[in-house]
Design a protein around this ligand. Structure first.
Ligand code: ZN
Ligand code: FE
Length: 255
């Protein structure tokens, strides 16, 4: 893998991610819930921060940015659609833009739905995708700004990435996400295995992220809304995929 990855727990249940290009030593951070744990991780590894990539405007993903920029001088990258509500950007990004960490290239994906202007960073050669609150471990973000159709399109694009991509998402919500998933697919053996796995991971105080896309495809109900047996369990046999997703998301909102 051309990038080293460190998962950094922040606040109560957020995650930030440090990535470092092995060839050049250039280092980037995805999201800044707070500065202190990031500075501690940089110091512990003797790394210098060059770039900050922001996924979306919510405070719990950006509020440490100013402090971290002051401390490191890092450049800040975020969505063009969100320049008015993000910290000051060095460069504004949209779907199809490329970012670099040293020699490693990342693709910007528009993953609107949780917010409009939400972006993901996909590094194909490293098999890493930073999805924050769009595709999450066992779930997906709430639809604060986008429609179900918008989120379904975003999730479908993420679902089409190589199956061995590691999904680096923004929160430790996996346990409750899987509890909901089990109400939709109680007979899914892969899901039951994952629930047991996550229970022991959490009991050991370890993060359940990142997760493999192949595991999300097998267990995350929000990627599986298009499957006939899931539509049937929602009483929506004739519904479109986006309609089934909408019903699933609405059900989770009151779960
Ligand atoms: Zn958010
Ligand atoms: Fe969040």
């Amino acid at each position: 893998m051309p990038l080293d990855l460190i998962t950094i727990p922040c606040l109560t249940d957020n995650y930030a991610y440090l990535i470092r290009d092995r060839a050049t030593g250039q280092t980037a951070l995805v999201d800044v819930p707070e500065a202190a744990p990031v500075l501690a991780a940089l110091a512990a590894n003797g790394w210098r921060l060059d770039k900050i990539f922001l996924t979306h405007h919510h405070d719990d993903h950006v509020q440490g940015t100013d402090e971290l920029v002051k401390a490191t001088g890092a450049e800040v990258y975020g969505a063009l659609a969100d320049v008015h509500r993000l910290p000051p950007l060095t460069r504004a990004l949209a779907e199809g833009c490329e970012v670099t960490v040293g020699e490693t290239i990342g693709q910007v994906m528009d993953v609107s739905g949780h917010t409009i202007g939400d972006i993901a960073f996909w590094f194909p050669s490293a098999r890493l995708a930073f999805t924050a609150d769009s595709l999450m471990a066992g779930g997906c973000g709430r639809l604060f700004e986008g429609t179900p159709a918008t989120m379904w399109a975003s999730l479908s694009n993420l679902a089409a990435l190589p199956e061995d991509t590691l999904i680096c998402s923004g929160h430790e919500y996996t346990t409750s996400n899987l509890r909901f998933a089990a109400t939709i697919e109680p007979d899914n053996a892969a899901l039951q295995d994952r629930i047991a796995q996550v229970a022991s991971t959490r009991a050991a105080g370890v993060a359940t992220v990142p997760s493999l896309l192949s595991q999300e495809l097998a267990t995350n109900p929000f990627l599986r809304a298009k499957l006939p047996h899931i539509k049937a369990s929602l009483g929506l046999t004739a519904a479109s995929d986006a309609e089934a997703f909408a019903a699933l998301r609405a059900r989770k909102d009151t779960f």
